[in-house]
Design a protein around this ligand. Structure first.
Ligand code: PMP
Length: 324
């Protein structure tokens, strides 16, 4: 689908995957006006094709659009188009446990213009790709390094938008810790480097002395859909959960006091990813003896159970994809 002024969004169409023709001076290449989403279509146990809270992805896309001066999309229309596309490609949705069809809607500015300003032309494209199971040999807790030098986002920046630039600025830190044997970076706030924000492509939760804590959304953290679902599920189960500021000092002290019971990341890719070890300023925090915790396991089983139609969905999160 294209955007131009004064027509607005127009010409929605489904075409085979192919190279794009874009001018070298297209603004996206130079000024980074690009936003995207990541969601999945699942093959349910009873043969249904299911999406998980796709309305949330499209609302977040519009939120990102607003921050990047990209004109809003009609969320209902785009959801309908995504459903149609997924249905057309239903043969590509793998059936094995844990597999899915990844859906990547994205918008780029295409106006050929070499000045810094919002573009007047855009393309919204949705591509699909089958993805294998995230956990092939059981859920293994990951090792994460707390980042003390590089910063991913600051308040007032673009951190809470899902825009390419945020990921570009995180690559260097990821490369450095990757060489040291860590799978991802835990980002701290961009001013004091004191408060915990999120992990590379996941939000983060800690269970401290019976309470599940996650950093409150503060303008520089991505508002994860898995994060929101985890909070709702914990409330549904009457497990204490709070969204608040949490510093590395507090986390380390909880660890020393034997009160850090669980740590896990949340995101569309892994659903729930237990954290077994955190490295921070030369110190190591070992969580739950490298095992997945009870709360993380229950969250994983329930959420993936809902996604694959094995567990009842009391929240109304599942959207079925049927013949258009
Ligand atoms: N934070 C960042 C920076 C991410 O890229 C993602 C993945 N979209 C998340 C958090 C988790 O968000 P979600 O649960 O919507 O996948």
């Amino acid at each position: 689908m294209d955007y131009s002024e004064p027509v607005g969004w127009h010409d929605a169409r489904i075409v085979p995957y192919q190279p794009l023709t874009i001018e070298p001076s297209a603004m996206a290449f130079h000024y980074g006006q690009s936003v995207f989403e990541g969601m999945k279509a699942y093959h349910a146990q009873n043969g249904d094709i299911q999406l998980f809270r796709p309305d949330k992805n499209l609302a977040r896309l519009n939120h990102s659009n607003d921050r990047l001066c990209i004109p809003p999309i009609d969320e209902e229309f785009v959801l309908k188009a995504i459903k149609q596309l997924v249905y057309m490609d239903k043969e590509w949705i793998p059936k094995a446990e844990g597999t899915s069809l990844y859906i990547r809607p994205f918008i780029i500015s295409t106006e050929p213009y070499l000045g810094v300003a919002p573009s007047h032309h855009y393309k919204l494209i949705v591509i699909l790709s089958p993805v294998g199971a995230y956990y092939k040999e059981g859920i293994n807790p990951v090792k994460i390094a707390v980042e003390n030098h590089y910063v991913r986002a600051v308040k007032g920046g673009t951190g809470e938008a899902k825009t390419g630039g945020n990921y570009a600025s995180s690559l260097k830190a990821q490369e450095v810790v990757g060489k040291q044997g860590y799978s991802q970076v835990l980002w701290l706030d961009g001013v004091e480097k004191k408060y915990i924000e999120e992990v590379g492509s996941m939000n983060v939760f800690f269970k401290i002395n019976g309470e599940v804590v996650t950093p409150a959304l503060n303008g520089s953290i991505l508002s994860g859909i898995t994060r929101d679902s985890v909070i709702e599920m914990l409330k549904y189960w009457d497990i204490p959960v709070s969204e608040r500021r949490i510093s590395m000092e507090e986390l380390y002290q909880a660890y020393l006091d034997g009160q850090l019971e669980e740590a896990f990341g949340t995101g569309t890719a892994a659903v729930i990813s237990p954290i077994g070890e955190l490295a921070w300023e030369g110190k190591k925090i070992h969580v739950n003896e490298g095992e997945i915790g009870n709360v993380a396991k229950r969250l994983y089983d329930t959420m993936s159970g809902i996604q694959y139609g094995k567990v009842e969905d009391p929240f109304g999160w599942i959207v079925k994809v049927k013949e258009a």
